[in-house]
Design a protein around this ligand. Structure first.
Ligand SMILES: N[C@@H](CCC(=O)N[C@@H](CS)C(=O)NCC(=O)O)C(=O)O
Length: 208
């Protein structure tokens, strides 16, 4: 079994932090080749993105949260997807918001404005996907919306989905750290987000 990753890219980082929190060690292979993934990797995996978990029988499991769920089922403790029905629902909801609003928002700005992503507006291989610079504003709106929601949530909760650390914290952290590439920082008035960020960024798992 091995995990295909790519430098400090945010989606593989979601899995790396998850594995560190679980204490799971795994062989990892960097699929990068300069500014893109390698041609061999693109050919070997139809979805052409990382992370991807390759099982010993060749089965490929892509999508960061699908990979984390694989390990959650193999090793349930510590529970990072919640333990009760209510916790599971809230973790799923906040993780999805962090992905759809914050991480997708940053990607929307980066991929549609940075010359390095010319004709790669989406991470697909072989097709030309032109940049749409107008999408940058929508991406920024997504990030701002998430920060508003998150700051309110963290006013009365230690962690993103409640009183326990979960994958919702992992995706939120990866997304907000990744925002540095578009020169977005957590605004000073988002005091609860800043307090939370300091706490989760200082966990040993966040150093990956
Ligand atoms: N929905 C996927 C997103 C994966 C994704 O977009 N990964 C990026 C790296 S963070 C990628 O593979 N990019 C390849 C490229 O830009 O060619 C997940 O949750 O894992």
């Amino acid at each position: 079994m091995k995990l295909h990753v790519w430098g400090r890219a945010p989606n593989p980082r979601r899995v790396k932090i998850y594995l560190a929190e679980k204490g799971i060690e795994l062989p990892m292979e960097d699929a990068g080749d300069g500014p893109t993934l390698s041609a061999d990797y693109y050919k070997s995996y139809a979805m052409s993105t990382v992370p991807m978990l390759e099982l010993d029988d060749g089965t490929q499991i892509g999508e960061a949260m699908a990979i984390c769920r694989y390990f959650e089922s193999e090793r349930p403790e510590p529970a990072l997807f919640g333990s009760t029905s209510q916790e599971r629902g809230l973790v799923e909801m906040w993780e999805r918001r962090a992905y759809d609003l914050a991480l997708t928002g940053v990607a929307e700005v980066l991929r549609n404005t940075n010359p390095a992503f010319k004709d790669r507006g989406l991470p697909v291989y072989g097709d030309v996907v032109p940049q749409v610079p107008e999408l940058a504003e929508r991406g920024k709106w997504r990030i701002a919306k998430f920060l508003d929601l998150l700051d309110e949530q963290l006013a009365s909760n230690e962690f993103v989905a409640g009183d326990k650390y979960s994958v919702a914290d992992i995706t939120s952290l990866c997304a907000l750290d990744f925002a540095k590439v578009i020169k977005e920082r957590i605004p000073e008035d988002k005091k609860n987000v800043l307090r939370w960020h300091e706490s989760v960024a200082s966990r040993p798992s966040a150093s990956v």
